[in-house]
Design a protein around this ligand. Structure first.
Ligand SMILES: Cc1ncc(C[n+]2csc(CCOP(=O)(O)OP(=O)(O)O)c2C)c(N)n1
Ligand code: SF4
Ligand SMILES: [Mg+2]
Length: 281
């Protein structure tokens, strides 16, 4: 057992490109917590899983997450990470392909790739880092910006409802779905371990604190500790939510494991079968 005091140091030395530190994130940004969730999941899954993992990311602050890992990572185009990852998984199905995207990246410009990856049930793990806006470009509204929220492009409050990623992907055909926040560190790590081992399209949404934009504009909480406290106070576990009136849940973040299906065949398995048939086997 690694002593708590040495944990960060050991994880960093073992898995991260410490030579390019410090990283580019703002002080207090929750993307550092997401990095730690990923590394702890692999620390528990074991080195063999880590060695057969390739990361793919899109463009945005979130897109920088895997670039600090001592592992192959493709930093692709805004919205196109899943297209790249689909080709990678189809040609090398034995790899763990983990895609890290921002909420804008995955549900805005990349929304089409997202629903089709779920429809195909391709064995990719998607980590969707939700900060409720576009942060890299200065705090504009995203498809996850809550209705009424103030951003750079909605100074009088957004008039659009936000996407519910879990409902969207459930309808599209995903087979493993979970949502947590950076406050729910251990739960997110446990869900991620399941997602990585899952045969099919798995998505984990992690709401994280962006004190620079979401903290200042949306929540009026520029201190990242206050944002974490807000996540704690406004999250409702699915098990509790099921017993509540929908009115009571307005504005709350439902957290938990939303879906774990094993009845759909994974896409690259079908592809293998198709190849055999095409070759007359
Ligand atoms: C094709 C294209 N359109 C727009 C941009 C500009 N752009 C870069 S990142 C980004 C939004 C990032 O928001 P999100 O995906 O939520 O990531 P975050 O920075 O919030 O982590 C945009 C619009 C781009 N790089 N490429
Ligand atoms: S702008 Fe927000 S999401 Fe981007 S690094 Fe800074 S705190 Fe993190
Ligand atoms: Mg974002």
């Amino acid at each position: 057992m690694i002593p708590e005091s040495e944990f960060e140091n050991i994880l960093a030395k073992k898995y991260m490109r410490t030579e390019i530190m410090p990283h580019a994130f703002c002080p207090g940004c929750g993307l550092g917590i997401i990095e730690r969730i990923i590394l702890m999941a692999f620390e528990e899954l074991g080195w063999d899983e880590w060695e057969k993992t390739v990361f793919v990311s899109g463009i945005g602050c979130s897109g920088w997450v895997p670039l600090y890992f001592r592992r192959d990572a493709a930093h692709t185009l805004h919205g196109r990470a899943l297209a790249f990852a689909t080709a990678l998984k189809a040609s090398r199905p034995e790899l763990n392909v983990i895609v890290i995207m921002g909420d804008g990246d995955s549900m805005g410009i990349g929304g089409n790739h997202l629903i089709h990856a779920a429809r195909r049930n391709i064995g990719i793990t998607a980590i969707i880092a939700t900060n409720m806006l576009y942060s890299l470009t200065g705090g504009q509204m995203a498809p996850t910006t809550p209705e009424g929220a103030r951003t750079q492009t909605t100074p009088y409050g957004s008039i659009e409802p936000n996407f519910d990623l879990m409902e969207l992907l459930k309808a599209a055909g995903a087979t493993y779905l979970a949502r947590w926040t950076t406050y729910h560190f251990m739960q997110a790590k446990n869900s991620l371990k399941k997602a990585i081992k899952h045969k099919g399209f798995a998505a984990i949404e992690i709401l994280f604190q962006c004190p620079t934009y979401a903290g200042r504009y949306i929540l009026n909480k520029p201190d990242p500790r206050d944002m974490l406290q807000w996540f704690k106070e406004n999250s409702v576990p699915l098990t509790v939510a099921k017993k509540k009136d929908p009115e009571e849940l307005k504005g709350k973040i439902l957290v938990g494991e939303f879906l774990h299906r094993t009845d759909r065949v994974e896409y690259t398995e079908k592809l293998k079968e198709l190849e055999k048939r095409a070759k007359g086997g």
